[in-house]
Design a protein around this ligand. Sequence first.
Ligand code: IPE
Ligand code: IPE
Ligand code: MG
Length: 236
Amino acid sequence: MDLSGLDLSRVPAHVACVMDGNGRWATARGLKRTEGHAAGEEALFDAVEGALELGVEWLTVYAFSTENWRRPTEEVRYLMGFNESLLVRRSQELNEMGVRIRFAGRRDWRVPKRLIRRMDESIALTRDNRRLTLTIAFNYGGRAELVDAVKDLVADGVEPSEEAITARLYDSEMPEVDLWVRTSGEHRMSNFLIWQAAYAELVFVDTLWPDFRRGHLAAAVREFQDRDRRFGGLSS
Ligand code: IPE
Ligand code: IPE
Ligand code: MG
């Protein structure tokens, strides 16, 4: 990977990525949309390897949103099976790479039990790894996450505060997002990590997700390093 122009002492600790454009990638090749999802697997693993090389500590990827249930049944069913098979086939490899696998999202009745079992197995298998935490946002919606957090807050009888809400998100240990990337040229958040990314640097990449490789990640980090993060204050 080309690390030129990168300051490895200022790599974002938490990178979030909207893996978008699978359907368009497939359609442009005369393939079924689902074949675009399948092609996205290589992109994901290349991004994970890139994150490891760069020293990114947290990588969170959007795999299925609470809004994606609106898609045709066949595509939804494919995505459930595909994610299950990906965990079966590749959890061990991620484990050997030192990746800790976690999930963020609602575990409601619509998510197949077998997939939930695979999720729990990969969490258990990789729980002691610390090189990189790969969080797969599945049946994830930022608004749903906030509703769930506020429900807990009310049930606990706790006074609302930013800390109290953060502590009740799907993963209370997840740090704020530093770099938030979306592929495929779409310029919207689509409900991804809306709380955690409140002060993230947003980078939009035209590449469709199946074509995304670690070099694109490095380029996004380069762009991140050129930004001036002020957090409401003044430049340092
Ligand atoms: C992203 O690719 C993957 C999921 C939403 C699961 P899309 O399926 O949204 O691809 P486009 O945006 O239609 O090209
Ligand atoms: C966001 O992409 C969800 C995932 C990548 C999993 P979408 O393709 O579903 O978002 P919209 O519909 O373009 O906003
Ligand atoms: Mg899309």
